[in-house]
Ligand binder design. Structure first.
Ligand code: RIB
Ligand code: CA
Length: 315
């Protein structure tokens, strides 16, 4: 598998934070070209400063971070402090960052990076609402042939939603952006709740992260102690779901995951089912498949890889 030239678009968020750390710890498979931030779990100013906090934790103040959209394309911003805490990284206890933000808007970074690249060479991973990626595609459609794959965390296929019964948070917050990205015709891979709800940070797995005896292990332990409680209470899970790191793990070792190519569409009209990700899982309508959707993973293999990679960060 050729190395990924990655733009990671995120809304940290504890699980985004672990996705960033996993990407930074995986230089054999991933060249992180830059991080773009979007309003989602918490407002943009916080998702952006949180991305900086995590890169500084990893000893990587050199990472290029660009702030992006502060609200969805058309809808009012919905945030998730009820899950992530008011800081968006409750449990991390990290100091305010000192690393500089890059000048310029995230959307322009995505466009400029793609335009300067070879065809099908850039991987974009939206792990928050897809507002930035949609704006880049709308502003400069000539970037489409430059994109190798878009691998996102979002949606719910056979699972119910986690923000409404019909919709998962990232898609619910900006369903119009998600549809722009899906309809752009780029290779599209989705990690929905169907797979991320199997990536549960059980107490045993959490203890292995805490036992790393490093600042990264301590911060991940604190973040997950806080982040786990919501889903464990709501769903009765024996751990919290590590949604966003599934996307990075797929880039590192796609064999960890199972799924199928199906036709996918996204609800952008009905308030009742706004943001629903409707996949024709059984090929009933015989529409052309337009997405590869994962619904299973080797969960022990995922956590073994995650823990070993995070152990590499000694900063
Ligand atoms: O529904 C889970 C997704 O919404 C994750 O990406 C989480 O970070 C939030 O953005
Ligand atoms: Ca996220």
């Amino acid at each position: 598998m050729t190395k990924r030239s990655l733009i990671l678009d995120c809304d940290p968020g504890q699980d985004d934070a672990i996705a960033i750390l996993l990407a930074l710890a995986s230089e054999e498979e991933i060249e992180l070209l830059g991080i773009t931030t979007v309003a989602g779990n918490v407002p943009l100013a916080l998702t952006t400063s949180n991305a900086c906090r995590i890169c500084e934790l990893a000893g990587r103040p050199d990472v290029k971070i660009f702030a992006g959209a502060s609200q969805p394309l058309f809808r009012k911003l919905v945030t998730a402090e009820w899950i992530h805490g008011n800081s968006g990284l409750d449990g991390a206890n990290l100091p305010d960052p000192s690393m500089p933000l890059q000048a310029g808007h995230a959307v322009d970074f995505i466009i400029d990076t793609c335009l300067a690249a070879e065809d099908k060479s850039i991987t974009i991973c939206p792990i928050g609402p897809m507002t930035n990626v949609a704006l880049a595609l709308m502003k400069e459609p000539t970037i489409i042939p430059k994109i190798r794959e878009i691998v996102c965390m979002g949606g719910a296929i056979k699972e119910l939603g986690n923000t409404t019964p019909a919709a998962e948070f990232n898609i619910y917050v900006d369903p119009h952006a998600a549809k722009v990205v899906l309809d752009a015709g780029v290779e599209f891979v989705m990690m929905p709740l169907d797979v991320t709800h199997k990536a549960l940070v059980t107490p045993e797995r959490l203890q292995k992260l805490k036992d790393l005896n490093s600042p990264v292990g301590e911060v991940c332990g604190g973040m997950l102690d806080y982040f786990n409680r919501f889903d464990m209470t709501r769903y009765g899970f024996d751990g919290g779901p590590l949604h966003d790191p599934c996307v990075i793990a797929y880039l590192i070792d796609p064999e960890l995951f199972k799924g199928r190519r199906v036709h996918l569409d996204i609800e952008t009209a009905s308030e009742l089912t706004m943001g629903n990700t409707l996949a024709d899982w059984w090929g009933i309508e015989e529409k052309e498949p337009n997405a590869y959707i994962c619904d299973d993973l080797d969960v022990d293999g995922f956590f073994d890889m995650l823990t070993k990679r995070l152990a590499r960060i000694k900063a």
